[in-house]
Write a protein that binds this ligand. Sequence first.
Ligand code: 3PG
Length: 221
Amino acid sequence: MLEALLRHQKIVPVITLDRVEDAVPLAEALSSGGLNVLEVTFRTDAAAGAIQSIRDQVPAVTVGAGTVLTPTVLRAAETAGATFFVSPGATDALLSAADPSSFLPGVATLSEMMRAFDAGFRIQKFFPAEALGGTNFLKSVSAPLPQLQFCATGGIHEGNLADYLALPSVLAIGGSWMVPAGLIRTGDWDEITRLARRACSLAQVDLGSPVDGPVQATGSR
Ligand code: 3PG
């Protein structure tokens, strides 16, 4: 499921919201710009409510949960209605609680990649991508670990996203550049739609094509 979603959309906005009421207009703005797979991070109290609102009110969008640090957060995200789950890292507890078809463990080293792969997770979040060496690091990893595929996030922007997506091991990229806090605060949804559309065009994503049908998922095994 995760693989199909990421292959289809290629760009995942990483969203942090302070106010639940911003969730629906933001999701609609991103969807109008062609971005229909969104990650809402569990970094604020608004996360669960935001996921629930998007899930209930913006059917074109598939919403996942980010910053899932523990199995408890995984269950909270599942209850809120998230369809996929993302973590900046991977603890043993998360690797045993989460389902590989809907969970992206964060990895930063080859040993972390191998450990997550051994636990069944072939698709992983490479984070923080730019700080770790970016596309050069990923090219080096693909020689010994050709089975792995990545969603790269951390430091990705309009100027480097195409370099990541050009790598066969990169299924998708994530980032927050199209959802800056200032634009969310002022409710500048048109500008967010413009940034989303620009990202799609740089990534050569088929504009406005939603993911097929509603996706149901459970995060836990
Ligand atoms: C994150 O988890 O913060 C994301 O990967 C976003 O990173 P960015 O803000 O550098 O795009």
